[in-house]
Design a protein around this ligand. Structure first.
Ligand SMILES: C[S@@+](CC[C@H](N)C(=O)[O-])C[C@H]1O[C@@H](n2cnc3c(N)ncnc32)[C@H](O)[C@@H]1O
Ligand code: SF4
Ligand code: SF4
Length: 319
């Protein structure tokens, strides 16, 4: 079973093959579904808390009926059923989270989700009996380790741990790696994510030193930095000199993002992808997938590269 997060992070260019079709794409490989925009955490760096775009989606969670509609629509209308990735806000606080897992599992949908982990131990049994293949757990410090206590035991599920680098943790990359290794954590990927925009003071030399310290470590899990930025280019990334990197991105050829009110945007579901191209109350996924708006969006990327809002995105190709 491929670990999609790892594959997209490391073999992303493989999918550029989809761009050979021009502004058309055969079918979505994934649907990112924001099942709520509400959250039970307040992370200082969260892009959703600092962008008014998300506020209008706080009013309602995705209903179970609308979730069923998405699954059935995708199942009926595509040759290959797209994988569904549940997202938020915090997806586990949607009151129908368990029912969604059950329905998707009954329909043989390949499922994954991203969570802050607060409620993972509570949903352990529902997750264990579902078709979940992969869980991305976001952590802020090692104190969050208890959150994967139970799901670690579900051997078939790939667990990716993600730390957004902040001034509180970037000096501790080596310590974090050592901890997960010492605990023999049953995880597949430990990733450190450079924030889309960083208000924190990150000393690049200290960051480089931390990266150097873990470079040749042999660990049970894969270590990734997202997005992949060469060590010598870290200053440019953190100083927001982002124009000199490649400006390609293939995500709008690979998937769609769905918001709780069924608004649809291109697949990244963040930053420059926050551009409504349709709504599933009125149209089927298949129609939106190659409609006029998404074709213009893709054409712009082919012609001019991604827009300025995308410049710090973890999905963009920097090289
Ligand atoms: C918005 S959260 C939603 C899911 C869930 N609440 C969580 O935290 O995992 C999705 C991912 O975005 C990451 N994230 C939030 N703000 C970010 C930022 N400014 N730069 C990069 N990643 C960020 C989070 O760490 C998390 O891994
Ligand atoms: S838990 Fe996720 S959605 Fe909630 S504030 Fe943190 S990063 Fe944002
Ligand atoms: S780089 Fe831009 S187009 Fe690509 S996924 Fe990120 S926000 Fe979307």
């Amino acid at each position: 079973m491929i670990n999609i997060k790892q594959f997209i992070a490391t073999k992303n260019k493989f999918f550029n093959i989809f761009q050979l079709f021009g502004n058309w794409s055969p079918q979505p490989l994934f649907l990112l579904v924001h099942i709520t925009l509400r959250c039970d955490n307040v992370c200082g760096y969260c892009y959703q808390l600092s962008d008014d775009y998300y506020k209008k989606y706080l009013a309602q969670d995705l209903s179970f009926d609308d979730f069923k509609k998405i699954v059935i629509d995708a199942k009926r209308n595509f040759f290959v059923m797209p994988k569904i990735h549940l997202f938020g806000g915090e997806p586990l606080i949607n009151k129908d989270f368990s029912k969604m897992l059950e329905f998707a599992t009954l329909n043989n949908v390949k499922l994954s989700f991203t969570t802050n982990g607060n409620l993972l131990n509570i949903f352990y049994k529902d997750i264990g009996s579902s078709s979940i293949e992969q869980i991305n757990v976001s952590m802020n410090s090692l104190e969050d380790f208890y959150k994967i206590k139970t799901v670690q035991d579900i051997k078939r599920i790939k667990i990716n741990i993600n730390f957004v680098l902040t001034d509180k943790n970037y000096k501790e990359i080596k310590k974090i790696v050592d901890f997960f290794e010492f605990e023999k954590a049953n995880i597949n990927v430990l990733s450190f994510q450079h924030a889309y925009f960083c208000k924190d003071k990150i000393n690049i030399n200290v960051l480089k030193d931390q990266i150097f310290k873990i470079k040749n470590l042999k660990t049970r899990f894969k270590i990734l930095f997202l997005p992949y930025i060469k060590v010598n280019d870290l200053e440019k990334y953190y100083n927001k000199e982002l124009n000199n990197f490649s400006r390609n991105c293939n995500i709008p050829w690979l998937g769609l993002n769905i918001m709780p009110n069924l608004d649809v945007t291109p697949g990244g579901g963040v930053l420059g992808c926050n551009n409504v191209i349709g709504n599933l109350k009125k149209e089927k996924i298949k129609i939106i997938w190659n409609n006029k708006k998404i074709k213009i969006f893709r054409k712009n990327i082919l012609k001019n590269g991604v827009c300025d809002k995308c410049l710090g995105c973890c999905h963009r190709q920097y090289y």
